[in-house]
Design a protein around this ligand. Structure first.
Ligand SMILES: Cc1cc2nc3c(=O)[nH]c(=O)nc-3n(C[C@H](O)[C@H](O)[C@H](O)COP(=O)(O)O)c2cc1C
Length: 439
């Protein structure tokens, strides 16, 4: 038997028309209404998944590139996942739900109170995916966007402020005992006078203390500053790395070091690696899919160009497929990491766009480590190996959230993982934190 691991799902295109253009959405689902997500989360929970993280961006992005983001609905529109969360909690009893929140968008007092309310409403199953993207700064005031590290500094101050407010009610301040004739002792509350670099306000919070801990913090940033933030603050790190034991060990060591530097234990942060497998019924089918992807046609390349145009906020669909991307085509607003992922190791000055897009279209096999197409058994082998050889905490399935996508991923996989002792068969009482700390 292998060790138990933690499993989550990352709804990577947020609460929007995710999956738009796929025929399965024509099944009379409406992405704006809760039923689609409620049915999906019931099935995630049934399978033993303990956490759903919902991506978000409050903004449609830079005014010049909005059309690129909404054309195929890759980057918007998006509704607020915080307001979807109560519907998901109502449909489940154990699943943790972590909407994405950006400290730029919420004053600490409002955030602390809203999140406290959701933590109580959900039976202590709230998580918060705290992000530091600054692309939406213009919607929240006239100040210019913060730099990369300053956005993390603000996020740390914000979280510290939320925690001070949540702790402004010591446990014994709440009496709620009719025999005493007294609900609470207001003299015991902490005043909380926060005067920081980014926020200034007074407490205490108008919400009662938690019985099973504060909302669990999730973080996705992968820079040195991002990992330090995770070590200091997070219960879950949404990790991106090549899925081999060596890379996973190295990534985990960095997070653990950061946790210990801030007085926490390594096991306080569960590092869950994002994975986007394509599961098929047989090894032969997987081989067929991989060889068919070797020479993508123009239509397939165009779809990739549309998605890349949204992610890179740069119109690749306007370019000639058989010519190199013109020098200086990417503006300063585009992340260097994202450009590097598109270009790979090829020479940008001479390689036609077609080759960059084709490289993204090409699939590889789970069985030989060249990619993520394979059978449920092959994926279970990989997950098991990462647990055994790299002490991995678990994985996050990355994709749209729809009953079809949930079933495609988990119908065969969940029973195999269960039989091998890798996937939980029951949830711990006490909410999301308790389940994350159960092993
Ligand atoms: C896997 C992953 C998921 C992210 N999800 C979001 C998101 O949902 N919304 C958002 O505004 N930013 C998101 N971000 C951006 C991060 O919060 C952060 O601002 C960015 O990654 C830069 O920090 P870094 O250099 O530490 O990675 C995500 C980043 C990563 C790597």
């Amino acid at each position: 038997m292998s060790r138990l691991q933690h499993f989550g799902w990352f709804l990577a295109r947020g609460f929007g028309p995710q999956g738009w253009g796929h025929p399965f959405l024509d099944w009379n689902w409406r992405w704006t209404e809760p039923a689609l997500y409620q049915q999906s989360v019931r099935e995630l929970e049934q399978a033993g998944i303990e956490l759903l993280i919902i991506e978000d961006a409050p903004s449609l992005g830079s005014p010049a590139t909005i059309d690129l983001r909404v054309r195929q609905a890759f980057g918007g529109p998006k509704h607020d996942p915080l307001l979807l969360a109560p519907y998901l909690f109502a449909a489940t009893t154990n699943l943790g739900v972590a909407p994405t929140v950006n400290p730029a968008a919420f004053l600490p007092y409002t955030a602390a109170r809203q999140f406290a309310t959701l933590q109580h409403l959900s039976g202590h199953r709230l998580g918060l995916n705290v992000v530091t993207d600054t692309g939406s700064a213009r919607h929240f005031g006239a100040a210019p966007p913060l730099g990369h590290d300053a956005a993390y500094d603000r996020a740390e101050e914000w979280l510290g402020a939320l925690r001070a407010l949540w702790r402004s009610w010591p446990d014994d301040a709440l009496i709620a005992d009719p025999a005493h004739g007294r609900y609470a002792d207001g003299t015991r509350l902490e005043a909380v006078q926060h005067r920081g670099e980014y926020f200034s306000f007074d407490g205490p919070l108008n919400a009662i203390p938690f019985t099973d801990g504060e909302p669990a913090i999730v973080s996705p940033g992968g820079s040195g500053r991002g990992l330090a933030f995770a070590g200091a603050n997070s219960e879950v790190q949404l990790a991106l790395a090549p899925l081999d034991p060596e890379s996973i060990r190295a990534y985990r060591a960095r997070i653990h070091e950061a946790a210990v530097a801030r007085g926490r234990r390594p096991g306080d942060v569960k590092v869950l690696f994002a994975i986007q497998p394509v599961l098929v019924g047989s090894a032969e089918e997987a081989d067929r899919l991989v060889s068919a992807s070797a020479n993508p046609d123009d239509r397939a390349l165009r779809t990739i160009a549309e998605k890349q145009s949204s992610d890179l906020e740069t119109d690749l669909t306007a370019l000639e497929l058989d010519a190199p991307i013109p020098a200086g085509y990417f503006g300063d607003h585009v992340s260097h990491g994202s450009i590097a992922r598109l270009i790979g190791g090829r020479d940008a000055a001479t390689t036609p766009l077609r080759e960059h897009l084709a490289a993204l279209a090409r699939l590889g096999r789970l069985s030989d480590g060249s990619g993520f197409v394979g059978t449920a058994g092959e994926l279970a082998d990989l997950i098991e190996r990462l647990g055994d050889e790299a002490d991995n905490d678990g994985v996050l399935f990355w994709g749209d959230l729809h009953p079809v996508t949930v079933h495609r991923m988990l119908d065969e996989l969940a029973p195999i993982l269960r039989r091998r002792g890798i996937l939980r068969t029951e949830f711990a009482p006490g909410g999301l934190r308790a389940n994350l700390q159960a092993f």
